[in-house]
Design a protein around this ligand. Sequence first.
Ligand SMILES: [Zn+2]
Length: 300
Amino acid sequence: MLDLTSMKINDNNDNNDNGWLELALSSNKDNVKNLIEIKDRLILAYKNYENIITEYTTNPIKSTFLQERELLKSFYEKAPKNLNRNLLEQRNEHLFEQCPFCGRPCKPSILDHFLPKDLWPEFCIFPNNLVSQCDKCSTKKWSHYYSDIDNSVKFIHPKFFNLLQYIGIQIEINFPSPESIKQPDFIITFTLPRGININDKKRLSLHIKYLDIKTHIREYITENYLYWLRVSEQKRYYVPDSLNQRIKESYTGGNNNRWDVALYLAMINNDFIINHFDSIEIKKEIQDHSDIKLEILTEE
Ligand SMILES: [Zn+2]
């Protein structure tokens, strides 16, 4: 479902973890003195980040930086120049063609604080805590993090776990009223390769549920489906051929858009839809022939 190959954790060994903090500390921002005072505590907190993320069945202890929250947030929200350049680079100059959280085909334009910055302000400018995200996921994730009901964190960190790339999508299309090709009912199913352990399955289903990924997919494929109906109405070309071509491209790596491919497979396997495209094709042929101007041949 998801290509996370360009998602890299900053390596603990090359001290990149502290790189953004160093930029903040060396700036001439008005409140930098206050940041210098808590520098050592921050570096200690950074060392504990990975533990918090990997111990996802434990509700993390409350931050000890809540009193310094506004100070820490100001270095993200009104970041000094050099740090801001790095933040913008991470937000805009990535190679993702899909949202790392949900797989939506788009260039994600939001930097999410995986540990929410109001609850853990110490990780405001910690590079591994900032993850690209699409706007749909952003509105769902927001500052939610741990669920007491499920005894687990709600979301999977794409930099620390590769689980999300195992999710596949299958789509089936039904038509509640057969006369309405424009009102399909999409049944969306998530699939996993065999052998995924029960714990990981639970985490994946929480992630899907709390981000409401099914709704995102439904909105996206509905728009895409209606686009192909419009194309067929304009009689530009035979739509099933185009869909097949795109599916083929996905097998050879030319098309990495899982949501589209799942939709196209559902469409070409649906008799009602294929009949619809065929009937348009037949009308088109009749029309093409009727366009030929005929002359009267007079008999000699
Ligand atoms: Zn997303």
